[in-house]
Design a protein. Structure first.
Length: 301
């Protein structure tokens, strides 16, 4: 195969983001630059374009929250295709997985937001906007909690798998400020799901968690990862996945309450078993899956 045929695999990190960074990409009518309106500086648009815009279309030209990058439907479509390809080629490209989730998840995010609005605890989360970051966590305090508590096992998960809550990128392509928080919350509770489900961060564990999240959230990104992730597994791991982990993950996803309606920051001292029972997560099957560090880990915490 020629080198040209492989050029998509060599896209540098951030390439897709640089492509859409200028608003004139793909023939946009927005003219890059600024106009003065009183004391506020705004992107200039031609009078013909401004006259044709509806209020909803006009507001999409301006960032709705810190880091927001307004994009058109065509731009989102191109980003979705490119990020899907890169995410399938390298599932650990979390930046591409994030872009895929934001550009394809609008309908699912609306449904998740409605579930949160209709639940007392979920509604409070929407109002208070808690974040799961190193700056908001008392890691030292969580380490001192008794064995088996949610907080202690969460820190153990972070240590064993050498991951940090700060690796979750901020939302950029969701054109709704509240929905941007919903997908951000989903990302930040992902490691908590690993803790509750008892799954490590290797390929087998990630696919099992993706099946659970696909049933729970309906996000296309989760469905895509759940369906195509297994193609990288060998025969032994594929058998474990299809006979043990997927059936359990689907049952747990269906029986559990919405994972976004739990104020996890208030549950650190609760035992993992108690929190699983409260949410409706079934105990993980007792299968051996190998962690990133090479040691064997059981599916049970």
């Amino acid at each position: 195969m020629t080198a040209m045929a492989w050029w998509p695999l060599r896209l540098p990190r951030g390439f897709l983001l640089r492509v859409i960074n200028a608003r004139r990409v793909l023939g946009s009518d927005v003219i890059v630059g600024t106009c003065c309106s009183g004391t506020r500086r705004q992107p200039c648009r031609s009078s013909q374009t401004a006259a044709a815009e509806s209020p909803a279309e006009e507001q999409n030209y301006y960032p709705l929250y810190p880091g927001h990058i307004p994009t058109s439907l065509l731009q989102k479509s191109l980003l979705a295709v490119g990020s899907a390809f890169m995410a399938l080629y390298d599932p650990y490209r979390h930046d591409m997985v994030a872009v895929l989730g934001e550009t394809t998840g609008y309908l699912a995010l609306q449904k998740l937001r409605e579930q949160m609005r209709n639940d007392p605890e979920g509604y409070r989360i929407l109002q208070e906007r808690p974040r799961i970051r190193l700056s908001t966590l008392d890691i030292a305090g969580l380490r001192m909690l008794p064995e088996g508590t949610f907080g202690r096992e969460y820190v153990r998960f972070l240590d064993d798998n050498r991951v940090s809550p700060d690796t979750r990128v901020s939302a950029r392509f969701v054109d709704d400020e509240e929905l941007a928080y919903v997908i951000q919350r989903y990302r930040e509770v992902h490691d908590l799901m690993h803790t509750l489900l008892g799954m490590p961060t290797n390929m087998l564990g990630e696919i099992a968690v993706k099946w659970f999240e696909a049933v729970q959230t309906g996000l296309p990104m989760c469905i895509l990862g759940a369906m195509f992730g297994p193609v990288r597994l060998n025969t032994r791991k594929l058998r474990i996945l299809t006979t043990e982990l997927i059936p359990w993950a689907i049952r747990s996803g269906r029986s559990a309450n919405s994972i976004l309606n739990v104020y996890y920051e208030e549950r650190w001292e609760q035992t993992v078993e108690s929190l699983r029972n409260e949410i409706g997560i079934l105990p993980p099957p007792e299968v051996q899956v190998q962690g990133r560090a090479g040691q064997e880990k059981t599916g049970l915490l």
